[in-house]
Design a protein around this ligand. Structure first.
Ligand code: GLU
Length: 473
C-alpha cells in the first residue's frame, strides 16, 4: 500500500463518497446519518487449542444497515483485518445490495488470521468456533445475517459455518440458507465461485455497449483487443481476467500480484499464468512475460482498462496522477481512496465503481439463498418441458420453412435451462439493468459528475425510500 499521509482511510473514504452523494438528495433531517452509520458491531475474542497451547483469535461482524433482513456480506480471513475495515466493507455491502436490487441489508465479518499458518484441521476448528460465537448471537442466521466468502475464505469455510449452524439449530429447516458460497453438494449453487469475476465481465461488457460512455473515456469499440491490467490474481481477478481474455478477446497485458508483476504487450494467457502459480506459488519465472519485482508501478502503465481486484486503498493521491488507464474498473472493494478518486476524475478517467461492479458475488449469493429456502435447484421443474418445446419449435420451423437454421442460432435455442445457465442469465440481467440505471442518473442529472456518485445516489435513494415508507421508529 502506498498510502500518502493525508489520504483518507478506507472507512472515511466510503463515508466521504456517501456524503458527496447524499448532499444531492433532499432527505429528512437525521436520515443521512442513520443510513451512513453502522448499526452494530460485535467484536469477539475466543481461544482455540493449537498444539500444546491456546491461541486467542480476534474477529468482528458488523451490521451496517438492517433496513432489509437478512443482512449480507462476506467473512474475511486476513492478518490486516480491523474493525474500521469491517465497518467500511459492511457499508459497501448495504449500498451494493441496493444498487443491484438484492433485498438484503449490509454486513461484513473479519478474523485476524493468516490462514496459511494453520493446518486444515486447525482452520476447521478456528472457523467453527468463530461461527459458533457469531451464531449464538444471531450474527449467522438464515433470516437475520447470512455470511459468504471473501478474501481468505471460500466454499470450504462456508461448509464449516453451515455445519456449525446446523449443529446448533437442528430443527431449522432453512439451516442451509445461513450462509452462501457453500460447495454445490452442500446446498451451494452453480456459478457462485466465479460470480464476482463474471459480474465484472458483464459490467464491463455493458459499459462498452454505451458509445457515449466509452467515448467519454477516450475509447471506442468493444472489449475486443482492449489492453487490460489486472491487479490481484485471487478468485475475483483471476476469473475476471480469464473471461475477458477468453470470451471478449481483450488483451491482459499485465497481472500485478503481491510478489511482482507479469507484463506482455501481446497479451498473457490467464489460464497458463494460473497453472504456473498453482505449481510454483508465485508469478516469478513465468516464461512468456517480463517479470517486474516491484509490481506497483505496473498499475501506471499505458493501457485501456485497469482492474484493481486486490485490496482497498491501492490507488491513492500518491500514484493516482500517474495512472494512464482510461477506465478504472473496481473489482475490489474500495481500491481507490476518496482523494485519488478526485484526481482520477479531474484527469477525465471513467471509474466503474465497486458498489456496482463487484456486486456479482452477492447477486449469485441471493440466488443461492433463494434456492436454499425453496429447497429445490433452479430449473428442476421446467427444464425437460422447455427442452421438448424447443425441439418441437425447431422441428416445426424446419419442416415449414425447409430452410437451414444457422448453427449459432440453433445452439443458442437449445441452450439448456439448467442451473448454471439460469444463474448466468440472472446475473447478466442484473448487471446490465443496474448499469443502465446508474448511467441514466449520471447522464440525466447535471449535479451528478460520475458513475460512483450516481451509484451512491441510487443506493441511498432506495434505502431512504425504505425508511420513509415502511420503517416504524
Ligand atoms: N464478499 C463478497 C462481497 O464483497 C460477497 C458477499 C456475499 O455474497 O454476501 O461482495
Amino acid at each position: 500500500m502506498s498510502k500518502k499521509k493525508g489520504d483518507s482511510k478506507f472507512l472515511d473514504s466510503v463515508n466521504q463518497m456517501y456524503d458527496r452523494a447524499v448532499a444531492l438528495l433532499d432527505l429528512p433531517p437525521g436520515l443521512p446519518e442513520q443510513i451512513r452509520s453502522c448499526n452494530s458491531i460485535y467484536e469477539v475474542r475466543f481461544p482455540v487449542k493449537i498444539g500444546d497451547g491456546y491461541k486467542v483469535f480476534r474477529g468482528w461482524r458488523a451490521c451496517h444497515s438492517e433496513h432489509k433482513l437478512p443482512v449480507k456480506g462476506g467473512i474475511r480471513f486476513a492478518l490486516e483485518v480491523n474493525q474500521e475495515e469491517v465497518e467500511a466493507l459492511a457499508a459497501l455491502m448495504s449500498y451494493k445490495c441496493a444498487v443491484v436490487d438484492v433485498p438484503f441489508g449490509g454486513s461484513k465479518g473479519g478474523l485476524c488470521i493468516d490462514p496459511k499458518e494453520y493446518t486444515r484441521d486447525e482452520l476447521q476448528r478456528i472457523t467453527s468456533r468463530f461461527a459458533r460465537e457469531l451464531a449464538n448471537r444471531d450474527y449467522v442466521s438464515p433470516s437475520l445475517n447470512v455470511p459468504a466468502p471473501d478474501m481468505g475464505t471460500g466454499a470450504r469455510e462456508m461448509a464449516w459455518i453451515a455445519d456449525t449452524y446446523r449443529t446448533l439449530h437442528p430443527d431449522d429447516i432453512d439451516a442451509a440458507a445461513c450462509v452462501t458460497g457453500k460447495p454445490v453438494p452442500m446446498g451451494g449453487i452453480q456459478g457462485r465461485v466465479e460470480a464476482t469475476g463474471r459480474g465484472v465481465q458483464y459490467g464491463l461488457q455493458e459499459f462498452f455497449r454505451h458509445e457515449e460512455d466509452v467515448a467519454d473515456a477516450g475509447l471506442s469499440g468493444s472489449l475486443e483487443g482492449k489492453r487490460i491490467v489486472v491487479q490481484g490474481f485471487g478468485n475475483v481477478g483471476y476469473h475476471a481476467a480469464k473471461f475477458l481474455e477468453e470470451e471478449d478477446g481483450a488483451k491482459i497485458v499485465a497481472i500485478v500480484e503481491r510478489d511482482g508483476a507479469l507484463q506482455n504487450d501481446a497479451g498473457l494467457s490467464v489460464e497458463r499464468v494460473s497453472e504456473y502459480m498453482r505449481e510454483t506459488g508465485s508469478v516469478k519465472g513465468f516464461p512468456d512475460a517480463t517479470y517486474v519485482a516491484d509490481g506497483r508501478p505496473v498499475l501506471e502503465v499505458d493501457c485501456d482498462v485497469l482492474v484493481p481486484a486486490a485490496l482497498e486503498s491501492q490507488i491513492t493521491s500518491e500514484n493516482a496522477g500517474r495512472i494512464q488507464a482510461r477506465v478504472v474498473a473496481e473489482a475490489a472493494n474500495g481500491p481507490v481512496t476518496f482523494e485519488a478518486d478526485q484526481i482520477l476524475r479531474a484527469a477525465g478517467k471513467i471509474i466503474i465503481p465497486d458498489l456496482y461492479l463487484n456486486a456479482g458475488g452477492v447477486t449469485v449469493s441471493y440466488f443461492e439463498w433463494i434456492k436454499n429456502l425453496s429447497h429445490m435447484r433452479f430449473g428442476r421443474m421446467e427444464r425437460r418441458m422447455q427442452e421438448t418445446r424447443t425441439q418441437q419449435a425447431l422441428a416445426l420451423l424446419k419442416s415449414v420453412t425447409k430452410a437451414q437454421i444457422p448453427e449459432p442460432l440453433e445452439r443458442s435455442m437449445q441452450r439448456e435451462m439448467d442451473e448454471l445457465n439460469l444463474v448466468r442469465s440472472g446475473l447478466e440481467d442484473t448487471m446490465r439493468e443496474a448499469y443502465q440505471h446508474i448511467r441514466l442518473v449520471w447522464r440525466e442529472r447535471d449535479d451528478v459528475p460520475d458513475l460512483r456518485t450516481a451509484a451512491y445516489l441510487s443506493a441511498i435513494e432506495k434505502i431512504a425510500h425504505y425508511y420513509t415508507e415502511y420503517a416504524v421508529g
